[in-house]
Design a binder for this molecule. Structure first.
Ligand code: HEM
Length: 506
C-alpha cells in the first residue's frame, strides 16, 4: 500500500507527499499537470515511471514502442480513457463520446465515424473554403497594413467552419460577439480541486461533485447549440414549407425524443446532406439531451484545439519570414485560374503539410493523453503487470520536446517532417491526435480547417509580428490543454495580386 506500490513493482518513481501525491503544485495552481509530468519525464530515466495522482498510482509511459502496444496493439486492455464513473454525478459530460466506456463507446463511435470520412470531408472543403474567403474579406474591410488580434480572428473563422460541418449551417461568424467567445475558464482553488478530482478515483469525488465543464460554460454551450438548432429547424421548415417543426420549436416542452422522429430525420438529412447533427439525429437511441451533449462535445473538442493550432501556425510564420515566403510560393503554384484551391491540390501541398505538423509538434494542444487499464496487462518484454483500474498516461508534450527525437526542440523547423527525417525516428514519439481506435475523431477535419485558413491568409497577406506582440503558450493550469495567451496582435500587409510571380495552373 501507499508509496510502496511502485517500489514493490520495481517501477521508478518520485517520492510523493501524503495525500497530495506528486501534484500538490497542480492543486495549488502553481504549475500545470503537464509541467509536473514533463519535469519527471526528463528527470527519471526509464521506459516508464510511476506517479501519484493524489492517492492513485498512475503510470507514465516514455518508450514509443510501449506506447504503440498500449494505444494500438493491445488496445482491448486500454479501451477507457478515464477512471472515474461519472454517470451519477455529471450526466452532461457522461453523454460525451470522449467520456464513454467500453461497448457503449464502441457503438457510438461507429455511428459517427462515417461522417468524418475522406469523401465527406471533400464535400466540406468547398464550404470551409467559403468561410476562409469571408475571412479574407473581413480582414480587407479593415485598413491596409492592419494590426489584428490573431487569436480572435482564428476563433471566429473556426466557429464558422465548425458550424457548417457540425450543424450544416452557415452563420455569420466575424465580429458578431458570439457567446462562445465568452467561454473562459476562471481559476479558483475550488475549480482546481474539482477538476483534479475528475481524473482520480478518490472518494472525495462524491463530496466535491466535480464538473468537467464549468456550469457557466455549459450554459453558454447549451444556449449556443439550442439557438443553432432552432435556426436550423426554422430554415428547414421555411425552405420546404413544412411547418410542423416550427410548432414544435414553440412548444416549451419540446424534446427531440418525443417528436415524430422519422419526419424530422428526413427533413434534416435531405437538406444539407452532410453534417454531424444529421448523424446524431439518425441514431434512434439519442434524445435531445444526448444530442446537445454530443454537439457540445464536438464543439469543445474541436473549437479550442483547431483555432489555437491555426493561431500558432500563423504566429510561427510571422516569426519565420523565410518559411513564410517559401510557403507562399508553394501556395501560388497551386491556386487555379479562378483564384481557388481544390481539395486534391491542398492535401498534396508538401511544404504546407510540414509546417502544420511542425506546429502540432511544437505545440501539441492536448499535452497528455490517458487510458485506463480494463483488465490486468503484462507489459511485453518487461516484468511489470499493469493492474486493472490503473491509469496510464502518454506525455505528448514531453515526447515532442525530447531532443533525442527532435534536436533543439524549441526551434521551428518544418524539415523535421521530411520523409527522411520521419523515417529516422520512432513513429510513436509524435502523436498530436493520439493513436489507435480511440484517437482523435476529427484529425482530418482539423487539418483541413487549419490548412485552408493558413493558405488563404498567406496567399493574401504578408504577416509579421509587431511591437505589441507578446504571445505566451502555456498549458492552462487546470487542464492539460495548451492555451494561447498574452497580446496576440499580428500585422497583416495586403499582397498586391498583380505582383504574384507564379503561373496559375488549370
Ligand atoms: C488541431 C486540432 C485537434 C487536436 C490537436 C486534437 C487532439 C485530440 C487528441 C490528442 C485526442 C485524444 C486522442 C487519444 O486519446 O488517443 C482527441 C480526441 C477527440 N477529438 Fe480531437 N483534436 C483536434 C480537433 C478535433 C476536431 C476538429 C474534432 C471534431 C469534431 C475532434 C473531436 C475529437 C473527439 C470526439 C475525441 C474523442 C474520441 C473518442 O474518445 O473516441 N477533435 N483529439
Amino acid at each position: 500500500s501507499g508509496t510502496n506500490y511502485w517500489r514493490d513493482r520495481n517501477v521508478v518513481f518520485k517520492k510523493p507527499l501524503l495525500f497530495f501525491g506528486n501534484i500538490i503544485d497542480v492543486i495549488l495552481l502553481r504549475k500545470s499537470f503537464n509541467s509536473v509530468v514533463k519535469e519527471l519525464y526528463f528527470e527519471l530515466c526509464a521506459p516508464y515511471f510511476g506517479i501519484w495522482y493524489l492517492g492513485d498510482p498512475q503510470l507514465v509511459i516514455k518508450s514509443p514502442d510501449l506506447i504503440k502496444d498500449i494505444l494500438v496493439k493491445d488496445f482491448d486492455y486500454f479501451q477507457n480513457r478515464h477512471v472515474s464513473h461519472i454517470e451519477d454525478i455529471d450526466k452532461f459530460t457522461a453523454r460525451m463520446l470522449a467520456f464513454m466506456d467500453g461497448s457503449r463507446w464502441k457503438q457510438k463511435r461507429a455511428t459517427v465515424t462515417p461522417v468524418f470520412s475522406s469523401n465527406k470531408l471533400k464535400c466540406c472543403h468547398v464550404h470551409i473554403r467559403e468561410i476562409a474567403k469571408t475571412m479574407i474579406c473581413h480582414i480587407n474591410t479593415t485598413k491596409l497594413n492592419v494590426q489584428m488580434d490573431l487569436k480572435k480572428l482564428c476563433k471566429e473563422y473556426t466557429i464558422g467552419a465548425l458550424s457548417v460541418i457540425i450543424f450544416g449551417l452557415n452563420i455569420s461568424c466575424f465580429n458578431t460577439q458570439s457567446p462562445i467567445l465568452k467561454i473562459n475558464p476562471c481559476l479558483s482553488l475550488l475549480d482546481s480541486i474539482q477538476f483534479t478530482l475528475y481524473f482520480s478515483k478518490s472518494y472525495l469525488l462524491k463530496v466535491f461533485i466535480p464538473k468537467y465543464i464549468k456550469c457557466s460554460a455549459k450554459q453558454i454551450m447549451i444556449e449556443f447549440v439550442s439557438d443553432i438548432l432552432n435556426k436550423k429547424r426554422k430554415l428547414l421548415s421555411n425552405n420546404i414549407g413544412f411547418n410542423v417543426l416550427n410548432s414544435l420549436i414553440d412548444d416549451e416542452d419540446n424534446n427531440l425524443g418525443k417528436f415524430p422522429f422519422n419526419k424530422k430525420r428526413k427533413l434534416l438529412s435531405n437538406n444539407i446532406g452532410f453534417n454531424v447533427l444529421n448523424s446524431l439525429i439518425d441514431d434512434e437511441d439519442n434524445n435531445l439531451d444526448d444530442v446537445i451533449s454530443r454537439l457540445s462535445e464536438f464543439f469543445i473538442a474541436s473549437y479550442h484545439s483547431t483555432s489555437s493550432s491555426i493561431s500558432l501556425a500563423l504566429y510561427e510564420l510571422a516569426l519565420n519570414k523565410n518559411i513564410q515566403s517559401k510557403l507562399r510560393q508553394e501556395i501560388n503554384e497551386n491556386f487555379d485560374k479562378y483564384d481557388d484551391i481544390s481539395y486534391n491540390e491542398l492535401i498534396f501541398m508538401e511544404y504546407l503539410d510540414k509546417i502544420i505538423h511542425e506546429t502540432l509538434r511544437k505545440y501539441p494542444i492536448m499535452s497528455i493523453i490517458g487510458r485506463t487499464c480494463v483488465r490486468s496487462y503484462k507489459m511485453p518484454n518487461c516484468a511489470l503487470t499493469i493492474e486493472e483500474g490503473v491509469r496510464v498516461l502518454i506525455p505528448l508534450s514531453a515526447l515532442h520536446h525530447d531532443p533525442k527525437y527532435f534536436p533543439e526542440p524549441n526551434l521551428f523547423d518544418p524539415e523535421r517532417f521530411s520523409k527522411e527525417n520521419i523515417r529516422e525516428r520512432p513513429a510513436y514519439c509524435y502523436l498530436p491526435f493520439g493513436a489507435g481506435p480511440r484517437q482523435c475523431l476529427g484529425e482530418k477535419m482539423a487539418l483541413l480547417i487549419m490548412k485552408l485558413a493558413v493558405v488563404y491568409i498567406i496567399r493574401n497577406y504578408e504577416i509579421d509580428v509587431c511591437e505589441d506582440t507578446n504571445i505566451k503558450v502555456e498549458a492552462s493550469l487546470m487542464d492539460f490543454v495548451l492555451d494561447v495567451n498574452g497580446n496576440t496582435s499580428i500585422r497583416f500587409k495586403a499582397i498586391d495580386s498583380s505582383t504574384r510571380e507564379a503561373t496559375p495552373h488549370q
